[in-house]
Design a protein around this ligand. Sequence first.
Ligand code: ADP
Length: 243
Amino acid sequence: MIELTNITKSFKKNEVLKGIDLQVKKGEVLVIVGPSGSGKTTLLRCINYLERPDEGTISVEGFSIEGKNASRKDILALRRKTAMVFQHYNLFKNKTVLENVMEGLIVAQKMKAAEARALSVDLLQKVGLSEKINDYPAQLSGGQQQRVGIARALALNPSVILFDEPTSALDPEMVGEVLAIMKKIAREGMTMVVVTHEIDFAREVADRVVFMADGVIVEQGTPDEVLAHPKHERTKQFLKRLV
Ligand code: ADP
């Protein structure tokens, strides 16, 4: 489904990704963990060119883009295969919950309003927000706003959903409701790449865990291999600090 080959990225002199190779299979839930500043979010954002890699190839469902000089048309084609759930939700504040979910369907997919509305209502029901469809984001809790973010991502019918620390901006009591929805989507077979600090989520839901540090993948494997029996000292140190 996704194949990244030798992705590098620097911000000025700061070399943030140092040649990343990564594959994600269809239906797989891949969770990326690692210390702050190790390049996890930058890598995730490279997958749909929200960040342009300096070098390397990104391939999603057979569609490939190479290096940093990709055309606008190619980038849009790549983005149509992916959806992103952001740490800070990124909802339109002046649109209702329902309109937030419908927007992408009408603008990007040119769907008729009635059809977009019906699909959006279904998806909002799926994330438990049927009662809130006519509210504005400011009237919702953080957890509810993030569930709108997830419904919006699902509406795009993407090949993969990219989650960028989806629970880190939430109050602790709201983390569970968002993780529960993510778990449900994972069980339904959605391909997911998740950057998170929620190690319990990784342990329970990930098919594969990638541990990144200093712009490289230090190790990867099943949750049991990486989180319970890490091979590398760097991983052991990271996990020790979490308990
Ligand atoms: P992580 O997600 O693992 O915490 P990030 O990918 O967010 O790591 O950041 C990796 C490094 O890249 C950090 O040193 C960060 O300061 C830097 N960085 C990220 N985005 C930018 C940007 N837009 N401009 C400059 N530096 C950035």
